[in-house]
Each structure stands twice: as C-alpha cells, then as structure tokens.
Design a protein around this ligand. Sequence first.
Ligand code: SF4
Length: 289
Amino acid sequence: MGKCNLCPRHCGVDRSVRTGYCGMGEQPRVARAALHFWEEPCISGVRGSGTVFFSGCTLGCVYCQNYDISHLGHGKDITVDRLADIFRMLEDQGAHNINLVTGTPFVPAILNALEKYRPALPIVWNSGGYETVETLRLLKGAVDVYLPDCKHVSPRIAQLCAGAADYFDVAAQAIQEMCAQTGAPVYDGEGMLQKGTIVRHLILPGCTGDSRRVLDFVAECLPKGTPVSLMRQYTPSPFCQIKGLDRRITDQEYRRVLDHFEALGLTGYTQEKESAESSYTPPFDLTGV
Ligand code: SF4
C-alpha cells in the first residue's frame, strides 16, 4: 500500500507497519454485515439494505453512536476474498443494495473485492463526507449511490466535534464531486434509489445556525433536486464530555431548521419525532462477518 493518504488526514504512514488517525491496518476490519432497515426508505426498502459496517473512522466525532467500532476499532480483520463473499451473501439474502459504511480507509481492498464479485445491485458509499476528491475518483464507476453527511460549516464546531477544522472546505468539494459522478437521482419502479447522491445532515443541539448554513450550501452549490435527509435523532453519547451536546434537540430547534429547509425549496427526507426517538444502533457483534 505504501504511505496512506486515502483521506484528508494525510497521515502518510505505511499501515502494514503502523496505524494512522483511523487506527486501522491494511486489511479491511468489519464489525457487522447484515440487512439494515434504518436508512432512508429509498435505501432500506422492504427487504433491507445490505450493510457492511467497517471499523475505524477518519473523523471520530465525539458524539458518535457507533463508538465501539469508530473509536475503539472493534471488529474482525478479513481478507478481500471474504469481503467479496460477504457481498454475495447479502445479495443472496435479498438486499436492495450493498451499503458500505465508513469504508474510506479500505478503498483499495473494497475495489479489489468488487472486482472479484460485483453484485447486480447498486453499490452505496455511506460516509461522513470527509473525503478527498482523489480517493473519490478511485471509486468512480464502482459506486452508484453516495450517502455523505454534511455535518458542519463552522470550523469551530468541526474542530470541537471531530478535530477537523477543515471539515466543511473538504466536504463541500467531496460532495460536489459525488454529485458530478452520480448525476441526478434515478429510482426504480419500487422507488429504490439506483443512482444519485443524498446529503444527510444531523441537527446538533444549540447549532441550528450552522444547520441552516449547511442547507444554504446545498441550495446554492449542489445540483437542483439533490435530496437532503434532515435528521433529528441526535442522542447524547456517554463518552462525550462537551457541554451543550448533552441533550437532545428541542422541537423548536427542529422547527427552525425545517422552516429553512422548506423556505429554500429543498426536497428529500425529514424525520418524524417518533422515529427519531426510536433511532437504532445495531449490535456490532460480528454478525455476517
Ligand atoms: S485512511 Fe487512516 S491512515 Fe490513511 S490518511 Fe486517513 S486516517 Fe490516515
């Protein structure tokens, strides 16, 4: 692999010898591979999204709900052949798509696995949006659907939450590259997304001004009609010590951001309070690995 510069951290380390910011070695590490029913309806459908949760993370947000795998690196190292088998297994289980969650540190292995076995399903790249354009270009043609977060505009908030003051500058370019690669959304007869980019945004408590700036970016800089998934399920993490992030968002905060979403004429997905309250983190117990 040589020196790793797969993500904007640009650690430049040889991961066969030592790890960088993401904490991952060369081999893909996976914590769960199973049908998942908690994505947007056009991704999960009725049969579920064939989701592969990779361990490690290039962002490491302090409030992450997948702490065990993103921060602690729980999971199992697997070969490229096993990863290709997992794709086949999820397809055989009836998945609507193959959903690769935080796969950035493993791009070369994922591309090799897709060469060994390419399921006849859309390939979904599900990431925090903190990607280099160079790495995204490696994925061009292999990925059909991008599902990036656009988390913050403010460098101060991004630094506080993920030690990444450059988050927005990087993510803005990355998401524009994703939209350019996929083009406008294409759905099949059942309403399942076959091609396209959905931008996700999780509203943080006390940060509605920043959320509105995220929506401004979508309206001003991304192709018209790019769907946005506006999420209100922020849940305080027991591992997060930052004052202000220790509560859920209020109805008024959600309304303020939703009003802006509607005023900008954005389309996509908004979340009912009930579904936000029952948001679900799967057990990272090596199912399917
Ligand atoms: S993928 Fe990991 S090792 Fe490579 S640059 Fe990013 S954080 Fe560093």
